[in-house]
Each structure stands twice: as structure tokens, then as C-alpha cells.
Design a binder for this molecule. Structure first.
Ligand SMILES: *Cc1c(COP(=O)(O)O)cnc(C)c1O
Length: 394
């Protein structure tokens, strides 16, 4: 395996180990346990003196290929594949904290992530302060003697706000805290949190990595020392392991990740420009556009725009519902990163559990709509928006 391979090559070949049959595609090992030739071999395996698998909850051949391929893509030393993105997020946060510790998190978080830090962690005596993560001084102000983890998502869901990851990492290093980045919206192709100084990266592999609506998955990536000291035992003994069938599906998904993300991003950029020119749209937020409020940070830390577009209709909820209902190619769904274009109205779906005030803080209004661009022909998508917008009153 060559470390110098570029992503498109790594994603097809990275981490592959073949069985004695020499199969072309990665094999699925749905199996549970492993046998040892001798008692001594079992003892050595348990002591960690020899490489090899012990039990599928700890690690298994197909999952190992997925983890290795993700490590190559991310530039990480080690990884653990989890059953879902939320299993990855909760493991990454909880494995390194104890009662009395403190988390600082950006308040613009995926709903379940916000629940983990705001509601679950305090039940175990871990305190959490939520801040507007766009302003670096807010991170500094929230720091306490007990702060151990900074947690953020960038770009955020759904309003595509951006956080200066290198700035947050610098502050974390000054106080000995770890930065955990949920990199789902950026994808591993467009943003490299570890290179920017973050310590741990998490993904919902359900999104772009599968990208075809088939299965759930997640992954936590970091340096070997952090995994050994924090995640290793937590992962073995709490059991969030990914199903090998899902690891196999995701290995297939990851082969086409660069093709899909490229097409989705090109489509998103074209739709963003089209929407920005519409008299029915109040504003468009798209990381690839020059009018994004944080275009300077995006230019520094991201290699591409986004597969997502956030926009606000002048006509509020009524206009948003009319638009969504009139679309024919684009389907209504709260999922994202898929080959199919998907649209959702955050205020009544993904963000309905927040208070009106919390939604306003995040810039989510009654007219806010989030589009996840698929890989369809851009002209068909634009024609779909054109006909649907014509049915929305100005
Ligand atoms: C979907 C998502 C998650 C959770 O992932 P699941 O695979 O659904 O558990 C976490 N963070 C972000 C940003 C997501 O989009």
C-alpha cells in the first residue's frame, strides 16, 4: 500500500487484504470469533504480542479494511468503525471524559450531537457550555480549569456556518484540551481537520461515504496514542462496533466517493447560483459562493464548496412547503449526502425540537430550506426548481 496514493486511488485499493481465494472485491466476514492453532498462540494474541483478531466486537477483517481505508483518506493513524454516526460521536466524546470535566461545544450541532453534550453528558456529571462557535473569543471565554474537550461541526447543519478549526485547535493546545470535529458536512475530501490541528475526527458514514441510502455507519479517527489511551477499551467493552455487512457496503460506497461528491458539489453550486437570482429567495448560503459571510475562512480551510445549499424563501413556511411539494426530481427527506437530491424544512423536521429562540440563534427561520444536491443532471435539477418556484407566490 502506498501512502503517496492520491485519494481516488486510495479509495479503491487502500486497506484491501485478500483471503486465500484472491477475490477481486473485498470479502465480507460476518463471522464472530477466531480460532488459534495452539494455547500459546491464544495467549500471545491476548497479550497483544501477535497481530490478529480476537472477537468481532473488538475488530474483524472487513471492518479492518474499512478502517484502514478511512485512515489513508483522512491521514489518521488509527480508527474505529461504529454502527452509526451517533455511536461514533458519543464514543469519541464520552470515552475521554469523566465526572467533573467540562466540554465547550459550538451550539450549531446536528440535533442528536447536541443532545449528547447538552442532555446526556450532564447526567454523568460532565458539564457543557454551548457557544456561538464562529467567534473564536467565545471559545476562550467559555474555558474553565476543567475543560477537556472542544466539540464542533463545520460547516454546520443546516445554515452552513463555518468555524475556524485551526483557531480552535490552537486554543485547545494552550489548555491541553482535545478538539473533536464532526466532519460530515465537509466530507473527508474537502476538509482535513487533523491537518488543521484537531485531535479527533468523526463521521456519519451513513451520509456521503455510503451516499446511496443503504446502511448506517460511523467512524472515529485519531492518532494511535489517543485511540489506545481513550477509545480502545471503551470501544471493546461498550460494543458500538459496525456490522461487517455495513463495512462491506461502505467499502463499495467509498470507491465512488470522489466521483459522487464532485458531481454533487457542482450541482449544488449551480443550484445555489440559480436560487440566488430568484426574486422569491431572500438569501442563499453556500460555502462555494463569494457572498458566504465567512468566505475567508472557507478559502483557508476547505478545498471545495459543499454538497449542501441552505436558502431562505421570502414567503416563509407556506412558500417552503409549496416549493417542496411541487418538486418532482428532488425528494423530501431529512437525509443528506445521497446520490438522490433531497430537501428538508429544518424548522418542522430536523430542528423542530429546539425552542424558537434557539432556532433564531442558528439562523433558522420559517422560510429556511436545506437542499442536499444529488448526482442527477444539473439541468434537470434546475428545471425542477424553476417549475416549483413558479408555484410559490412572491
Ligand atoms: C447524520 C449526522 C450524524 C449522525 O449520524 P447517524 O449515522 O445518523 O447516526 C452526526 N452528525 C452529522 C453532522 C450528521 O449529519
Amino acid at each position: 500500500m502506498s501512502k503517496s496514493w492520491r485519494p481516488a486511488t486510495q479509495l479503491v485499493h487502500g486497506g484491501t487484504t485478500r483471503s486465500h481465494h484472491g477475490e477481486t472485491s473485498e470479502a465480507i466476514f460476518l463471522t464472530q470469533g477466531f480460532v488459534y492453532e495452539t494455547s500459546e498462540a491464544a495467549e500471545a494474541r491476548f497479550k497483544g504480542e501477535t497481530d490478529g483478531f480476537i472477537y468481532a466486537r473488538y475488530g474483524s477483517p472487513t471492518n479492518d479494511m474499512f478502517e484502514k481505508r478511512m485512515c489513508m483518506l483522512e491521514g489518521a493513524e488509527d480508527a474505529r468503525a461504529t454502527a452509526s454516526g451517533m455511536a461514533a460521536v458519543s464514543a469519541a466524546i464520552l470515552c475521554q471524559l469523566k465526572a467533573g470535566d467540562h466540554i465547550v461545544a459550538a451550539r450549531a450541532l446536528f440535533g442528536s450531537c447536541r443532545w449528547v453534550v447538552e442532555t446526556l453528558a450532564p447526567k454523568y456529571g460532565i458539564e457543557c457550555t454551548l457557544i456561538d462557535g464562529r467567534d473564536l473569543s467565545n471559545w476562550e471565554k467559555a474555558v474553565r480549569k476543567t475543560t477537556k474537550v472542544f466539540f464542533l461541526e463545520s460547516p454546520t447543519n443546516p445554515t452552513l456556518e463555518v468555524i475556524d478549526i485551526a483557531g480552535v485547535a490552537k486554543l485547545a493546545n494552550q489548555i491541553g484540551a482535545k478538539v473533536v470535529v464532526d466532519n460530515v458536512f465537509a466530507t473527508p475530501l474537502f476538509q482535513k481537520p487533523l491537518e488543521l490541528g484537531a485531535h479527533v475526527v468523526v463521521y456519519s458514514a451513513t451520509k456521503h461515504i455510503d451516499g446511496q441510502g443503504r446502511c448506517l455507519g460511523g467512524v472515529v479517527l485519531s492518532d494511535k496514542q489517543w485511540i489506545d489511551e481513550n477509545l480502545h477499551d471503551y470501544f471493546r467493552h461498550t460494543g458500538p462496533a459496525m456490522s461487517p455487512f455495513n463495512a462491506w457496503t461502505l467499502l463499495k460506497g467509498i470507491e465512488t466517493l470522489p466521483l459522487r461528491v464532485k458531481q454533487q458539489t457542482e450541482n449544488a453550486a449551480k443550484i445555489a447560483d440559480f436560487l440566488a437570482a430568484s426574486s422569491k429567495v431572500a438569501r442563499v448560503i453556500y460555502p462555494g459562493r463569494k457572498d458566504h459571510p465567512q468566505a475567508d475562512i472557507i478559502a483557508r480551510q476547505m478545498k471545495g464548496g459543499s454538497t449542501l445549499v441552505c436558502f431562505e424563501l421570502k414567503g416563509g413556511k407556506e412558500a417552503a412547503f409549496r416549493l417542496q411539494n411541487a418538486l418532482e426530481v428532488v425528494r423530501i427527506s431529512n437525509n443528506l449526502g445521497d446520490a438522490k437530491s433531497l430537501i428538508t424544512h429544518p424548522a418542522t423536521t430536523t430542528h423542530k425540537n429546539l425552542t424558537d429562540e434557539a432556532r433564531a440563534e442558528l439562523g433558522i427561520s420559517a422560510g429556511t430550506v436545506r437542499l442536499s444536491a444529488g448526482i442527477e443532471d444539473a439541468e434537470d435539477l434546475i428545471a425542477d426548481f424553476e417549475q416549483a418556484l413558479s408555484r410559490v407566490s412572491a
